[in-house]
Design a protein around this ligand. Sequence first.
Ligand SMILES: Cc1cc2nc3c(=O)[nH]c(=O)nc-3n(C[C@H](O)[C@H](O)[C@H](O)COP(=O)(O)OP(=O)(O)OC[C@H]3O[C@@H](n4cnc5c(N)ncnc54)[C@H](O)[C@@H]3O)c2cc1C
Length: 291
Amino acid sequence: MKPAPFDYAAPRSLDETLDLLAERGGEGKILAGGQSLLPVLNFRLAQPALLVDVNRVAGLDTLAATADGGLAVGALVRQRRLERDPEVARRAPLLAEAIRHVAHPQIRARGTLCGSLAHADPAAELPAVALALGARLRLRRRGGERWLEAARFFTGLFATALAPDEMLVEVHFPPAPARTGTAFLEAARRHGDYAQAGVAASVTLGEDGRCRAARLVFLAVGEGPIDAARSAAALVGERPEGTLLEAVARQAAATEIDPLGDIHASAEFKRHLAAVLARRALTEASARAAA
Ligand SMILES: Cc1cc2nc3c(=O)[nH]c(=O)nc-3n(C[C@H](O)[C@H](O)[C@H](O)COP(=O)(O)OP(=O)(O)OC[C@H]3O[C@@H](n4cnc5c(N)ncnc54)[C@H](O)[C@@H]3O)c2cc1C
């Protein structure tokens, strides 16, 4: 199919972009990499009256270390750049590890982190990473801005806290505490396909080798990224070892996710996958934290 007719604007500045979004109320949609938006338009799942193509807006492709030791990623930083930049691997290794699972190099060459977060596909890797790393998101609108925790940004199936006149301009990944290890795993039918189930894990150890903090975030097994916080809390104060990790993974998959069956996999199979992936990811993250 072809998209419904729309107006097209290609602003050169952020102010101009925000003016357009404000003036056209809920009618405007931002076009970043177009890797999710164009299929949506072609299938007429959305029919915005205006596309605001931000690809020529200056200053949005900043990828920089922040003063606190974290990483700031602007709205036009392509996923392929995140995959290749050594600073990303150093400061946010979970992001670097997960991003290789996003589609294929051609798609990553255009797609953006911010576009993926704004699209909020429940099977997408990057929303789960943002949640697992406690990312903060900077949202701008004409005359104002606000920062939101990733945990408050994702509100449901393809739904976020973004208002129609707001743009996600930057994502800030805070520095990881000392002795933190992370791991990302997913199962997909073919490499580059959307996951049938996936998980991002983060484990921080104390000097005594006991767990100080743990995070386990699932993708593709519910309406959005799922932070299995209740199950992960059982690790705190304990040594993250075999039987305990297995129990936490099983508990999380049994009680904190809500997979839907489809033509490729039943809900039961996805739950099983989630438990296996969670155990492996927690084991790997713990080993990396200890190293
Ligand atoms: C064949 C194929 C396979 C794919 N496989 C995967 C996969 O395995 N995993 C995965 O995660 N993704 C996958 N994708 C999607 C891909 O990662 C997209 O790049 C990403 O979801 C959207 O980023 P984008 O920059 O292309 O956004 P766009 O497509 O331009 O926009 C997506 C949505 O976000 C909004 N938006 C974009 N940027 C902003 C912003 N800065 N502020 C506010 N709103 C904004 C748009 O208005 C639109 O609603 C696949 C895509 C294709 C075509």
